[in-house]
Design a protein around this ligand. Structure first.
Ligand code: NAD
Ligand code: TYD
Length: 351
């Protein structure tokens, strides 16, 4: 029985990962540590809350005492570090909390893991710290080429810079103390439970409410979309079989410009839900500051070493996603309602 300390497990990818692991394995124990910001929602995990192999602890990854206590009370085999402030637009408005959670929080997690796992002769058998990062640390591509694991880091936004900072601290613990680590860098995820501030759920939500769809700049920025379940599978594989100290890029081989994404969703809603929804909702707005033009991942390493590939074609993934949001309108209402927003404002007052 392996015990996974999953941070940020009430967020989008984290909750998909917890559900994926508990569905796939009977012999894993998951401790979900999440402070529950606006982006964390325990409703995502309702189906597993009584599962004896699952436990939730509300705590901040920056809180040394709380995280130390979790390590003291449990035999943790793996840390999977999802917890982060994750939205670029918020980072442009409010960079400090990104440095605090993403960099200092990760360092605290590393330190607490080190204190628990380091022995006189090395490291406890079989442990690993997996840090979930992003392709945004590589910066922006021109019209050609892909991000490789060897591509130099060149982040631009406060979000991607804070993720690059946390990546480098994870690397430092691997290089300096020989801590068993892996870093994964994935492209843009989409799927169930994504907070409707990110492009895909925001467009779906606005279509359903017939609200204007804000398209930044010329709408031709490109992202490499990855269905979240395929990402969860990659993380599971890297924890089990990834070579220690290595970085693995995880990408969907699925580059689309933003306008394409917007039009696909409008068309689906028009054809299947409400024929009055059409492209007149598209509203060009001022471009995001420092907006990265193109992301595209070369996932050859994870494919060749671990046999991973993105199984869900975009056409299928986007339909599954739209259907999920149609079936879970109450979820959207809950996560965008006052209670969550107020909690967030209160917690980060003055930052
Ligand atoms: P999310 O914003 O949906 O969820 C983040 C979770 O972390 C929330 O549950 C939140 O409550 C929790 N959290 C935030 N601050 C915390 C703190 N100080 N202590 C404890 N918990 C805290 O994010 P996501 O989209 O699920 O992303 C998860 C990870 O994957 C992040 O590290 C992100 O950088 C990375 N990533 C995401 C994407 C994507 O497309 N969503 C792409 C690449 C990488
Ligand atoms: P986003 O989902 O915020 O992910 P990221 O910036 O981390 O890649 O944005 C995806 C793309 O969509 C990005 O190019 C910005 C653009 N975008 C819009 O055009 N309008 C929007 O309302 C949002 C949220 C994003």
């Amino acid at each position: 029985m392996k015990t996974y300390l999953v941070t940020g497990g009430a967020g989008f990818i984290g909750s998909n990962f917890v559900l994926y692991m508990l569905k796939k394995y009977n012999d894993v124990k998951i401790i979900n540590v999440d402070v529950l910001t606006y982006a964390g929602n325990l409703e995502n995990l309702k189906s597993v809350e009584n599962n004896p192999n699952y436990k939730f602890v509300q705590a901040n990854i920056c809180d040394k005492d709380a995280i130390t206590k979790i390590f003291e009370e449990n035999e943790v085999d793996y840390v999977v570090n999802f917890a982060a402030e994750s939205h670029v637009d918020r980072s442009i408005k409010n960079p400090e909390i990104f440095a605090e959670t993403n960099v200092l929080g990760t360092v605290n997690m590393l330190n607490c893991a080190k204190n628990s796992w380091e022995t006189e002769t090395g490291w406890k058998e079989g442990v690993k710290f997996l840090h979930v990062s992003t392709d945004e640390v590589y910066g922006s591509l021109g019209e050609t080429g892909f991000f490789m694991e060897t591509t130099p880091l060149d982040p631009h936004s406060p979000y991607s810079s804070s993720k690059a900072g946390s990546d480098l601290m994870v690397k430092a613990y691997g290089d300096t103390y020989k801590m068993p680590i892996n870093i994964t860098r994935c492209s843009n995820n989409y799927g169930p439970y994504q907070f409707p501030e990110k492009l895909i759920p925001l467009v779906i939500n606005n279509c359903l409410n017939k609200k204007p769809i804000p398209v930044y700049g010329d709408g031709m920025n490109i992202r490499d979309w990855l269905y979240v379940e395929d990402h969860c599978k990659a993380i599971d594989m890297v924890i089990r079989d990834g070579r220690l100290g290595e970085v693995y890029n995880v990408g969907g081989h699925n580059e689309r410009n933003n306008m394409h994404i917007v039009k696909t969703i409008i068309e689906y809603v028009h054809d299947n839900v409400d024929s009055t929804v059409d492209e007149s909702l598209i509203t060009y707005v001022e471009d995001r500051k420092g907006h990265d033009r193109r992301y595209g991942i070369d996932p050859t390493k994870i494919k060749e070493e671990l046999g991973w590939y993105p199984e869900t074609p975009y056409e299928e993934g986007i339909k599954l996603t739209i259907k999920w949001f149609l079936d879970n309108k109450e979820w959207i209402e809950n996560v965008t309602s006052g209670a969550y927003q107020n909690y967030y404002e209160k917690m980060y007052e003055g930052k």
